[in-house]
Design a protein. Structure first.
Ligand code: GDD
Ligand code: MN
Length: 407
């Protein structure tokens, strides 16, 4: 029996995490090929970890060599309870305690992935909602089908979401699954339960540095950014929580929506599309303001200019909240407002001479010229906004890391 260095007292956690992260230091403890590293994120799960390790001991090592890595953000005595329970385990158990819970559950799993030395990694919750007995089956399914990712699914024959408490949770989970599948039809092909937190993945397909986890949905993050080529599924029954309470909340729900937007707008083409949709929605406040100002008796020319600012303000807010949320940190908000407004208004000023050029010099029809000018200024406005307002300044190392931080 070997137990990895653990910090039950909480005094030098960082050093421990470091030690595990360096393969050279782990020496003889590197697992055999075909073995599995089980990564378990924990946040105040003192009432569950003992039973979890007992059930893992019952069901896993005789069928599959394993090591267990807890990545812990607890404020209770979970690490100490793990340390005590690990004494009875026939496999290595490690705890990485993080001082700062960056990225929440997903960030914890990525931290664990960095340290994993086995061919296979299984990610599961600590509260026994994910049956430990299924761990060997997930890996076996991957080996037999040659899949890179095996998802334990509640939504295929033989699976169920029995432990999902209440109609509200079920409706939220259903809605989230539907929305996510609709947004990523190709990347999630073959995954009926992208919300699952129980899965096996080959270590070789995980590109930990490409990951920017945000909250709960780490499977979604891995499936979208690491693009495993073959995916398999194994049904499972989502159990009731063994002890303690769920940590998910409305705040976690908002984080999930932000995560979806970040994943969906990772490519410039997708970002431009969202930028365009937001721009289109800006016509509504623009026209409403124009209507109000006209009614108030203002001359239509100054009213046009003022009403345009309503559209600009609307666009700015949506772009800040949805599109470039993680890229706001490197410029003061007043600086961003100024630059954004300048680019948006320059767009108007530029359009008229462009149309004149297209019609007068190039002999285009008025309608074609207007459409061409609209498209051209739109692309310029997108590129300008991205480059001049939201581009991280690469020369200031460190500040870009704000991208990864959870607000
Ligand atoms: N390290 C760390 N940091 N662990 C966390 C954090 C965190 O900020 N938040 C939650 N956890 C751990 C919990 O301790 C638990 O082991 C696991 O992550 C899941 O948390 P729960 O609070 O039990 O989540 P849930 O039951 O609401 O959600 C589960 O079901 C979802 C599907 O409906 C999880 O399995 C999700 O991953 C899954 O998507
Ligand atoms: Mn749970």
């Amino acid at each position: 029996m070997s137990i990895w260095p653990m910090d039950a007292t909480g005094s030098d956690e960082d050093e421990d995490a470091h030690e595990l992260g360096d393969p050279a230091l782990r020496g003889a403890e590197v697992s055999e090929p075909g073995a599995v590293t089980i990564i378990i994120p924990t946040f105040n799960e003192a009432g569950n970890v003992g039973e979890l390790l007992r059930r893992l001991t019952e069901s896993v090592p005789s069928r599959l060599p394993c090591e267990v890595v807890f990545v812990d953000d607890s404020t209770d005595d979970t690490p100490a309870v793990i340390a005590a329970a690990a004494q009875d385990c026939p496999f290595p158990v490690a705890v990485i305690h993080r001082d700062e819970p960056l990225g929440g559950l997903g960030g914890a799993v990525v931290e664990g992935l960095r340290t994993a030395g086995s061919d296979w990694v299984v990610v599961m919750d600590a509260d026994l909602q994910h049956p430990p007995a299924l761990v060997p089956e997930l890996v076996a399914a991957g080996e037999s089908t040659n899949a890179d990712l095996v998802v334990a699914s509640r939504y295929i024959a033989g699976g169920s979401r029995a432990g999902l408490a209440g109609g509200y949770r079920i409706a939220v989970s259903r809605g989230a699954t539907w929305l996510t599948k609709a947004l990523f039809p190709r990347r999630l092909r073959g995954i009926s339960d992208p919300m699952s937190g129980f899965f096996a993945i080959r270590r070789s397909v995980v590109t930990a540095d490409a990951l920017k986890p945000l909250g709960y949905k780490i499977l979604l993050e891995l499936a979208v950014r690491c693009r495993p080529s073959e995916v398999a599924e194994v049904p499972f029954v989502f159990q009731d929580r063994f002890a303690g309470e769920s940590k998910s909340s409305a705040k976690e729900g908002m984080r999930f929506l932000r995560h979806l937007v970040e994943l969906r707008t990772a490519s410039p083409v997708a970002r431009m599309l969202v930028f365009g949709l937001i721009g289109l929605s800006g016509f509504v406040p623009n026209l409403l303001a124009l209507h109000a100002l006209n009614n108030a008796g203002m001359h239509y020319l100054p009213a046009e200019i003022l009403a345009n600012q309503a559209g600009v303000a609307w666009n700015f807010l949506l772009i800040e909240l949805l599109l470039f949320r993680s890229r706001r940190g490197h410029r003061h908000w007043a600086d961003r407002v100024g630059r954004f407004a300048l680019i948006a208004n320059a767009d108007l000023v530029l359009r008229i001479p462009l149309i004149a050029l297209f019609v007068g010099e190039w002999g285009m029809g008025v309608l074609t010229a207007t459409v061409a000018a609209l498209l051209l200024t739109f692309v310029l406005r997108f590129a300008g906004t991205e480059a001049l307002v939201y581009l991280p300044r690469r020369n200031r190392s460190g500040r870009n890391n704000r991208d990864r931080k959870v607000a």
